[in-house]
Design a protein around this ligand. Structure first.
Ligand code: G4P
Length: 525
């Protein structure tokens, strides 16, 4: 590719994640988008993978059958002149640090909210990470075909709880059984609900934002109510501000119903108009790498081992930041200085999992890994060394004490732990006093994967003793006195040897702070 071709290719990329609380409709909306992209022909295809009725070893088989990558968590397709990469952020019991790290690799996020429920805890957490990265967030208020909460109430909740301005791009005309359509403020039209068989779906609005008076709908009280609400929003609401959208300070809000495919395509089209193309990435030397730079560079944000014990391979998920990726190219792994040839790569088209030949900034490539890579690693071509900023460490909330079941097998136990911790599968802490190993995670599944892999990949059976939820708080080593440790605030060391307390609960933390008012405690993200 020459520079002009590279620039065009980068301009077409849109890489995003869909975040939501479990059951808000993320899978359903993803599936609708894939339908628009023509990559799945049948609704239900993506859903099938979520139901969990398959043994984990069947994953590869499911991939083949369903024509969708199950293990990959990346879906790529073309729509409206754009090449779209959707990165999955697993919810449910799959929730883990991986979910957070995925947000490091996207350029924007779509937040799906159940309009009957509003903001739920998981959304809030994921949202905070988007906010920290300053990436744009687009909101889809889902399930309009059911009775939900008042739209104004939902908007003010988003503003209050998440601390972001909202701009409604459209407004529901009724909801549940009384749903008539969407008053589309942005496209200046009304989108009728379930009107396909009656012909016209879109009715134009005049300059004053009104429908043709001869239209039946103008006699409906819902229409008049919407006009009133619109007036209120025009006067008291926020202005549409593209710069604020791009800085993540204002979220455009769309209403709709993923299940009945209402408002989803309108949403996708408008979203693609404002969602940013791949931007520059900062290096540790505080330099910016532009996506159209000639030199190839990328970072690893996720490593996934195949859960199938017959396939021992791991896949490193790589977000390309600049230049062109060509299969077989030579790169340097910055952390070790090791040179390597990238022969074995895979790209994640939603319909097939195929060998990737070329890719550019914004794309995600899977590299088969034999143990070279760690999460956060940078790879680059050419002579100029690049190291992107560190990926943040997250504060785990769940803890387990872990020991080897068979004391004679300490070696494989230590090797397994060391490698899995390096990979970022779980976090490791050691007790100050006893030297016990304690694992920390943000989601229960991380422990299960750990246990499974210790046994299958390292032949080490482990015993895990749940310690429950704890609040992890780091302490400045200068201020530390080992006597501060108690059963309610256990003193441990993290991987870097930095001390922290695991507090039993918020009460224990407050008690500690009262006792040691000068001690400064900090958390990670
Ligand atoms: P998730 O990935 O965010 O967890 O949510 P998912 O799409 O799986 O949707 C969760 C449930 O909500 C599903 O129902 C789905 O059909 C339903 N749903 C999604 N969007 C809408 C919508 O716009 N309107 C309505 N009424 N329901 C919606 P389920 O009963 O859990 O599954 P299923 O019986 O449909 O398979």
């Amino acid at each position: 590719m020459n520079k002009a071709e590279l620039t065009t290719a980068v301009d077409e990329r849109r890489t995003f994640a869909i975040i939501s609380h479990p059951d808000a409709g993320k899978t359903t909306i993803t599936e609708q988008m894939l339908l628009f992209g023509g990559v799945v022909r049948q609704a239900g295809t993506v859903k099938a993978r979520k139901s969990g009725n398959f043994a984990k070893s069947d994953w590869m088989e499911i991939e083949k059958k369903r024509g969708i990558s199950v293990t990959s968590s990346v879906m790529q397709f073309d729509y409206d002149g754009k090449r779209i990469n959707i990165l999955d952020t697993p919810g449910h019991e799959d929730f883990s640090e991986d979910t957070y790290r995925t947000l490091m690799a996207v350029d924007s996020a779509i937040m799906v909210i159940d309009s009957a429920k509003g903001i739920e805890p998981q959304t809030k957490k994921l949202f905070q990470i988007c906010k920290m990265r300053g990436i744009p967030i687009f909101t889809f208020m889902n399930k309009l075909d059911r009775d939900g909460r008042e739209p104004l109430e939902l908007l003010s909740e988003v503003e209050d709880v998440l601390g972001i301005e909202t701009y409604p791009m459209n407004w529901p005309m009724g909801m549940g059984k009384g749903l008539k359509g969407l008053y589309d403020r942005y496209n200046h039209r009304v989108e009728l609900y379930h009107n396909e068989d009656k012909g016209q779906t879109f009715l134009p609005l005049d300059e004053d934002g009104k429908l043709d008076p001869s239209n039946e709908l103008t006699k409906d009280s819902i229409y008049r109510d919407v006009l009133d609400e619109m007036e209120l929003i025009e006067e008291a609401g926020n202005d549409f501000d593209e710069a604020k959208i791009l800085s993540g300070d204002l979220t455009p809000v769309f209403f709709g119903s993923a299940l009945t495919n209402f408002g989803v395509e309108t949403f996708l089209k408008t979203y693609l108009k404002y969602a940013p193309k791949p931007g520059a990435h900062k290096t540790q030397a505080d330099q910016k790498v532009e996506p159209t730079d000639d030199q190839f560079s990328a970072f690893i944000f996720k490593i996934q081992a195949n859960m199938n014990p017959n396939h021992r391979d791991r896949i490193a998920f790589v977000r390309i930041c600049s230049g062109e990726f060509d299969r077989g190219m030579d790169v340097t792994l910055q952390r070790t200085g090791k040179k390597m040839r990238l022969n074995n790569s895979t790209q994640f088209m939603a319909d097939t999992r195929e060998t990737v030949e070329t890719a550019v900034a914004g794309d995600i490539v899977g590299l088969y890994d034999t143990g070279n890579f760690q999460i956060g690693d940078t790879i680059y071509s050419g002579k100029n060394a690049v190291q992107f900023e560190k990926l943040p460490q997250f504060t785990p909330e769940l803890f387990m004490r872990v020991t080897a079941k068979n004391v004679m097998k300490q070696k494989s136990f230590h090797k397994g732990i060391e490698q899995l911790v390096q990979e970022g599968a779980v976090q490791l802490y050691t007790s100050y006093t006893t030297g016990d190993y304690i694992l920390g995670a943000v989601g229960q599944l991380q422990f299960e994967v750990f246990k499974f892999r210790m046994q299958n990949e390292y032949n080490s059976e482990v015993v895990m003793d749940p310690m429950g939820n704890k609040t992890a708080r780091w302490i400045d080593p200068e201020q530390l006195d080992e006597k501060m440790s108690s059963s309610r605030n256990l003193l441990v060391k993290d991987r870097n040897g930095d001390p922290l307390f695991l507090f039993e609960n918020a009460f224990a933390e407050r008690w500690f702070q009262d006792k040691y008012p000068d001690v400064k405690l900090t958390s990670k993200l």
